[in-house]
Design a protein around this ligand. Structure first.
Ligand code: IMP
Ligand code: MG
Length: 174
């Protein structure tokens, strides 16, 4: 699979790598001395989280969670399901949610309230991308603001495909 599947590349692998290094540095400073638990939001957040944790110079722990809102469509269904539920191990943890993209904000909103109800000490959020129409939505860490387009690559999928592209762009076959 090559970027021929894309009509346009928005972010190439080098730009992503540089931003991930910078985010890792910021997170390392902010959470120095803390017991940080990184929570990748699967499936889309797994590629970003895998690179990000190697740039965080702290003895962190890792606790993935699965969330789903798009199914096979290119717009959010508006409801977020948590097929694995919330792990009990979140109790008394300082959690940093790591997801690929902030779109409607529902995924972070629901996870934030569910994790706090389950006894997490605090919940911070990190998204690699934020869409223009969501720029009123806050996350503690944002990698890039991008136009309001459906994008794939670096963890983001279209009906399950293209997650393994090293860059991020607009798919040809929408
Ligand atoms: P939110 O809950 O609406 O903020 O959506 C977040 C989730 O929707 C992300 O974790 C992605 O799985 C998915 N998503 C939103 N926009 C896109 C996109 O442009 N491409 C692929 N997945 C997307
Ligand atoms: Mg997702």
């Amino acid at each position: 699979m090559t970027p021929e599947h894309l009509v346009e590349i928005l972010l190439d692998a080098d730009s992503i790598r540089r931003r991930v290094v910078a985010l890792g540095g910021e997170i390392s400073s902010e959470f120095e001395g803390e017991d940080l638990c990184i929570m990748p939001v699967l499936d889309g957040g797994m590629i970003f989280a895998a690179d990000l944790i190697r740039e965080i110079k702290l003895p962190l722990t890792l606790l993935p969670i699965k969330a789903s809102s798009y199914g096979t469509a290119t717009t959010s269904s508006g409801t977020v399901s948590l097929p694995w539920g919330i792990p009990t191990a979140v109790q008394c943890k300082k959690i940093l949610l790591v997801d690929d993209i902030l779109d409607t904000g529902k995924t972070f909103e629901i996870l934030n309230s569910e994790l706090l109800s389950a006894g997490a000490t605090s919940v911070h959020t990190c998204a690699l991308l934020r869409k223009e129409s969501s720029n009123h939505l806050k996350a503690d860490y944002i990698g890039f603001d991008i136009p309001d387009q459906f994008v794939v690559g670096y963890g983001l999928d279209l009906a399950g495909k293209y997650r393994n592209l090293p860059c991020i762009g607009i798919p040809r076959n929408l």
